[in-house]
Design a protein around this ligand. Structure first.
Ligand code: CAA
Length: 255
C-alpha cells in the first residue's frame, strides 16, 4: 500500500508513502487515494490532513514513467479519473489541509489545491512544470490555480513551469501559512481551530466561497442566501444563537 490512512486524535491523516518515487501519483496510488477519501468521507473525522512520507517530497506529480507510451484514450481516461479523485477530496464533508512537506509539483500541487487549506514547510518547492514535458496540467491545475491566485499569476506559473519557494507561495496566496518546524503538527493545529464550530456550517461556508468564482455576482448572492438559510435551519444555528443570548459557550452537535 502506498497510501496510509491513520488517525491523530480526531483528525484523519492520509500519507502518500512512496518516497522512492517522491510519492508520485501512479494509477494504483490514485485508486488507493480514492478509497481513502471515501473512508474519510464516511468517518467522524473533524478534518483531513494530506501529506507525503519522508522529508523530500509531498508529491512530485503524476508518475511520468507510466505516462510514456500511453494511447490518447488512456490519457483522456487518466485525466478524467485523476480529476474525479481530487473532486472527492475537494467535496469532503469536513475541511482538509495539505501539509506540504517538500516538493509539490504537477499533480502533487494539484492534490494540494484540492484541499481546503495549504501549509508548507519553509523549504518546500512548488510548481506546475508540465510545460517542460510538453504537457499541460491534467488533474485540475489550470482550473483551480487561477481560482486561488488569479489568472495573471496562474498563467505565469503554468506557462513558465517555474518553481516557487514557500515564501513566494505565501506572498501570492498559494499557501495559507509557512511552518517553521513540523509541518504535520502545524497542519493539525490549523485544523484544531475548527473544533469549536459545527461541520455543517463549516461546509456551507466553504461551498459558498468556492462557488463565488463560478457564477456572476447576482447568481452567487442567490447561492449565498440559499446556503445561509440551510445553515439557519440546523440545530447548531439554534444552539449558537441561544448560547449567545444566554451568555454561554455553544455546544455544537453537527446537526
Ligand atoms: N514520476 C515518476 N517518478 C518520479 C517523479 C515522477 N513525477 N518524480 C521523481 N521521480 C523519481 C525519479 O525518477 C527518481 O527515481 P529513480 O531513482 O528510479 O531514477 C526518484 O523519483 C528521485 O527523483 P530525482 O532523482 O529526480 O530527485 P531530485 O531530487 O534530483 O529531483 C525533482 C527532484 C526536481 C522533483 C525531480 O524528480 C522532478 O523534476 N520530478 C518530476 C516533476 C514533474 O515534472 N512533475 C509533473 C509530472 S506530470 C503531471 O503531474 C501531470 C498532471 O497534471 C497530472
Amino acid at each position: 500500500m502506498s497510501v496510509k490512512l491513520t488517525w491523530q486524535d480526531e483528525f484523519a491523516v492520509i500519507t502518500l508513502d512512496r518516497p522512492q518515487a517522491l510519492n508520485a501519483l501512479s494509477a494504483s496510488v490514485l485508486r488507493e487515494l480514492a478509497q481513502a477519501f471515501d473512508e474519510v468521507a464516511g468517518s467522524n473525522a473533524r478534518a483531513l490532513i494530506v501529506t507525503g512520507a519522508g522529508v523530500k517530497a509531498f508529491c512530485a506529480g503524476a508518475d511520468i514513467k507510466e505516462l510514456v507510451g500511453r494511447s490518447l484514450s488512456e490519457q483522456r481516461r487518466d485525466a478524467a479519473y485523476g480529476q474525479a479523485v481530487l473532486a472527492r477530496l475537494d467535496e469532503l464533508p469536513m475541511p482538509s489541509v495539505a501539509a506540504i512537506n517538500g516538493y509539490a509539483f504537477g499533480g502533487g500541487l494539484e492534490l494540494a489545491l484540492a484541499c481546503t487549506f495549504r501549509i508548507a514547510v519553509a523549504t518546500a518547492k512548488m510548481g506546475l512544470p508540465e510545460i517542460k514535458l510538453g504537457l499541460i496540467p491534467g488533474y485540475g491545475g489550470t482550473q483551480r490555480l487561477p481560482r486561488v491566485i488569479g489568472e495573471a499569476r496562474a498563467l505565469d506559473l503554468i506557462m513558465s513551469g517555474r518553481t516557487l519557494d514557500a515564501e513566494e507561495a505565501l506572498r501570492i496566496g498559494l499557501v495559507h501559512r509557512v511552518a517553521e518546524g513540523d509541518v504535520l503538527a502545524a497542519a493539525i493545529s490549523n485544523a484544531r481551530q475548527f473544533n469549536a464550530y459545527g461541520l455543517p456550517a463549516l461546509r456551507l461556508a466553504r461551498d459558498a466561497v468556492k462557488r463565488a468564482l463560478d457564477v456572476p455576482l447576482h447568481e452567487g448572492l442567490k447561492i449565498e442566501a440559499d446556503l445561509n438559510t440551510l445553515a439557519f435551519q440546523t440545530q447548531d444555528a439554534l444552539e449558537g444563537m441561544n448560547a449567545f443570548m444566554q451568555k454561554r459557550k455553544p455546544k455544537f452537535t453537527d446537526r
